[in-house]
Write a protein that binds this ligand. Structure first.
Ligand SMILES: Nc1nc2c(c(=O)[nH]1)N[C@H]1C(S)=C(S)[C@@H](COP(=O)(O)OP(=O)(O)OC[C@H]3O[C@@H](n4cnc5c(=O)[nH]c(N)nc54)[C@H](O)[C@@H]3O)O[C@H]1N2
Ligand SMILES: Nc1nc2c(c(=O)[nH]1)N[C@H]1C(S)=C(S)[C@@H](COP(=O)(O)OP(=O)(O)OC[C@H]3O[C@@H](n4cnc5c(=O)[nH]c(N)nc54)[C@H](O)[C@@H]3O)O[C@H]1N2
Ligand code: SF4
Ligand SMILES: [Mo]
Length: 692
């Protein structure tokens, strides 16, 4: 028996990007553990990924190529050879592309965050075809846009400093479920006396464990931030030196926030004015004591109409009180722009045919877009869609429309997957992809600052192939002869980061493979002395760029599309706001089919406040139907004041096919987009709930 340990990386869309040690015994991966030496992983994994071998060796893994023999969506397939599959795909893509290459659309997201399996060979392939671009908005672009207008880039407080903060505001995030290794450090800070405040409409696992929980109405965070700024300015909790040296537009901001006294803010947010004032004072006083206040902002705040503006307003706060001066102070939404990734080398946008028209499809409106006919506005109808690293039929908004789009008989659909997901059921050709234990990759992260190497631990199962290899073989059949289409995964990984950038000057793929991880060279407090990545180099309270982009240049409040106050007509029929944030034991729709994890989550459920439940004669355990004009789904009611009155919460994202009604929360979400960044509005939804 030979046993050894392979250095790997968790591939999932999670800020923690853990360093893994995979134990391999006689060619079989027997255990996946957290690397004890990696500073953020610290030897700990979440339950999901500590079960990674259960997912990898799952009896339902796709192990060979298949073609559809039933109706679209029915999920009936028959085994074929790789040659037959690749020939069928290449010949169809050639026909579609010969008419108009823009009729081909790649659809992918973050099934793996690896730069090789996620973002390299596949993109080269679609660039060479001249296919439509996909705007990958489904998660974070609204917040990213608001953050960038204000601070210039997705750079912020290093969460490795968390234990040194004295005030930690967890704003629109549930780190116990979705940022575990940050939460471990929050616990350390708490033991050292830090105060924890959660801002969340729902008493999440995390909110429950904070000293204070501010349960505002969904989509009203921008107003709360304006109220905090009002109090900070009115009561003089300001760092005048920092403001004078490193910010732009303070006078205009002061005028603007006059319009947002705590009483008005309280009304908009559905909380008390005392809560607004106390929060602002806690924030201001922390800075006055010379202590570090950290805001961990997360994506929960930005899945609503005014989501980009909400992130922008919150991002203004640290500069007002000078919180950036402390390494543990400031705000963090994401650190992803700290990594000098070489996207041009990975993706080769130069391969796009010169002079050809370009088109971009927003992945958050894939339902409508699949159903659109050719037109001068839209360009050609989408005729071929190649899906990898994503499960749009379960995760994209307004799922009924998405499923209808994928059911189009004239649409050619290829899906690269580990499992027969809801999306795979619609494939014409279904291809088996390798998991992280079976392929090579290199990773950046968005919650820490390490470059990471993933070494394959085992041989591909069955006939599964890495995404890169599948696109290499397809490129051959398409006749693409650029040398980049024959590069190996190691050659691609070696190009991932720009060594000309001082942050990654020490990046060397062959040594990274051996050590597993290495931290970027960056200072501890990114904006202690300004240096924002905006055009002015300052934190922009006033943004000329926003004005140029047709937005309010100053912080403001944009109400939800669907709320009791912003849309009373709709609210008369559908009076309850619904949010569907991640369930702890799933990772988006991944892991839903891992039995031990699903057993922990039980069945799809809906948390509803006792008053709202009583009005509908609903008790815990009742089967309820959640519906609006877009659709409906069924869940088991859990009557609890964790959901504030007027709000229902359906933790997600369930596979539709395993639900009794073959539906999930995305039946009722809408395809409307955010104020900036073209993001989805998953948490901007009104519904009615009835007992079945
Ligand atoms: N276990 C697990 N971990 C995950 C994921 C998963 O599915 N499962 N998904 C991963 C992905 S893709 C992402 S993007 C991240 C997401 O990471 P987070 O953004 O931290 O997502 P959540 O943990 O759901 O936290 C969102 C919180 O925002 C709250 N919320 C909803 N609407 C509002 C609002 O209008 N205002 C405020 N203040 N709060 C609101 C929700 O109640 C929820 O508790 O997590 C990643 N990690
Ligand atoms: N209602 C509601 N909907 C939401 C959200 C919500 O909070 N509420 N959250 C949204 C967010 S934040 C996000 S990020 C999206 C997530 O949406 P997706 O990125 O689509 O995430 P998953 O559902 O996990 O699907 C990823 C798929 O990729 C596959 N995969 C993993 N690795 C590989 C690989 O190496 N090769 C191939 N070919 N396939 C692979 C997995 O098996 C899985 O089926 O969902 C969004 N949808
Ligand atoms: S999902 Fe997140 S917490 Fe779990 S192992 Fe992966 S990176 Fe770590
Ligand atoms: Mo996400």
């Amino acid at each position: 028996m030979t046993s050894n340990i392979i250095r790997a990386v968790c591939p999932h869309d999670c800020p923690d990007t853990c360093a893994l040690h995979v134990t391999v015994t006689d060619g079989v991966a027997t255990e996946v553990r957290g690397d004890p030496d990696h500073p953020t992983t610290a030897g700990v994994l979440c339950t999901k990924v500590s079960r990674y071998t259960e997912r990898t060796y799952h009896k339902d893994r796709l192990l060979y190529p298949q073609k559809r023999i039933g109706k679209k969506g029915e999920g009936k397939f028959e085994r074929i050879s790789w040659d037959e599959a690749l020939d069928a795909i290449a010949s169809r893509l050639k026909i579609v592309a010969a008419k108009n290459p823009l009729a081909v659309l790649p659809y992918s997201y973050a099934g793996t965050m690896g730069l090789v399996q996620g973002d390299s060979m596949s993109q080269r392939f679609f660039h060479q075809i001249g296919a439509s671009f996909l705007d990958r908005t489904i998660c974070a672009t609204a917040g990213g846009a608001g953050y960038k207008y204000t601070l210039g880039a997705r750079i912020g407080t290093d969460l490795e400093q968390t234990q040194n903060a004295q005030l930690i505001i967890i704003w629109g995030g549930n780190p116990i479920a979705s940022n575990l290794h940050f939460w471990m450090r929050v616990q350390e800070a708490k033991r050292k006396g830090a105060k924890l405040i959660a801002i969340d409409p729902y008493r999440s696992l995390t909110a429950e464990k904070c000293h204070q929980h501010i349960a505002l109405l969904p989509g009203t965070d921008a107003a709360l931030a304006l109220g905090i700024m009002h109090v900070l300015i009115r009561e003089g909790f300001l760092d005048h030196d920092y403001i004078a040296q490193y910010t732009l537009g303070f006078n205009q901001l002061s005028q603007r926030v006059q319009e947002w006294p705590p009483e008005k803010v309280a009304q908009v947010c559905g909380i008390s004015s005392e809560e607004v004032i106390a929060l602002a004072r806690a924030y201001g006083e922390c800075a006055q004591r010379g202590e570090a206040s950290m805001i961990r902002m997360n994506y929960g705040v930005q899945r609503v109409h005014g989501g980009g503006m909400a992130v922008r307003n919150i991002a203004c706060l640290p500069a007002l009180v000078g919180a950036w001066k402390h390494p543990a102070g400031g705000v963090q939404l994401s650190l992803s722009d700290t990594f000098p990734k070489d996207m041009d080398a990975l993706q080769r946008p130069d391969l796009f045919p010169e002079g050809q028209i370009q088109r971009t499809i927003n992945m958050s409106t894939i339902g409508d877009d699949l159903l659109r006919a050719s037109s001068t506005n839209f360009g050609p109808k989408i005729e071929a869609i190649i899906v990898y690293n994503s499960n749009p039929v379960a995760v994209a908004p307004e799922s009924g429309v998405v499923a209808k789009g994928f059911a189009r008989e004239d649409l050619f659909t290829v899906v690269l997957e580990h499992f027969q997901t809801d999306t795979a059921d619609y494939a014409d050709i279904l291809l088996p992809a390798t998991t992280q234990l079976e392929h090579t990759d290199v990773h950046s992260a968005y919650g820490h600052l390490y470059m990471m190497a993933n070494n394959p631990a085992i041989k591909p199962l069955g006939e599964a192939k890495p995404n890169t290899e599948i696109f290499r073989l397809l490129a051959q059949r398409m006749g693409f002869d650029d040398p980049c289409f024959t590069e190996s995964d190691d050659q691609i990984a070696a190009k991932a980061f720009k060594r000309t950038d001082p942050r990654a000057i020490h990046f060397d793929w062959s040594s990274l493979k051996k050590t597993g991880w290495t931290k970027l060279c960056v200072p501890d407090a990114p904006f202690a002395q300004g240096g924002f990545a905006t055009q002015s180099g300052k934190c922009e309270f006033y943004s000329q760029q926003m004005l140029a982009d047709g937005l309010d240049p100053l912080p403001t409040y944009i109400p939800p599309y669907e709320s009791v106050t912003s849309n009373p007509v709709q609210a008369a029929k559908y009076p309850l706001a619904m949010i569907s944030p991640p369930a702890r034991n799933f990772l988006n729709s991944s892991f839903v089919n891992v039995q031990s994890l699903r057993d922990t989550e039980g069945e799809p459920h809906l948390d509803i406040h006792p008053v709202d439940a009583a009005q509908r004669q609903i008790v815990s355990g009742d089967k309820v139907r959640i519906h609006n004009d877009r659709g409906s789904f069924v869940a088991l009611a859990r009557v609890t004041d964790k959901a504030r009155q007027g709000l229902v919460v359906g933790l997600s994202i369930w596979w539709k096919k395993i639900a009794s009604d073959h539906k999930n929360a995305n039946e009722v979400t809408s395809q409307r987009l955010t104020d900036m960044g073209g993001g989805p509005t998953f948490y901007d939804v009104l519904v009615q709930v009835e007992k079945l």
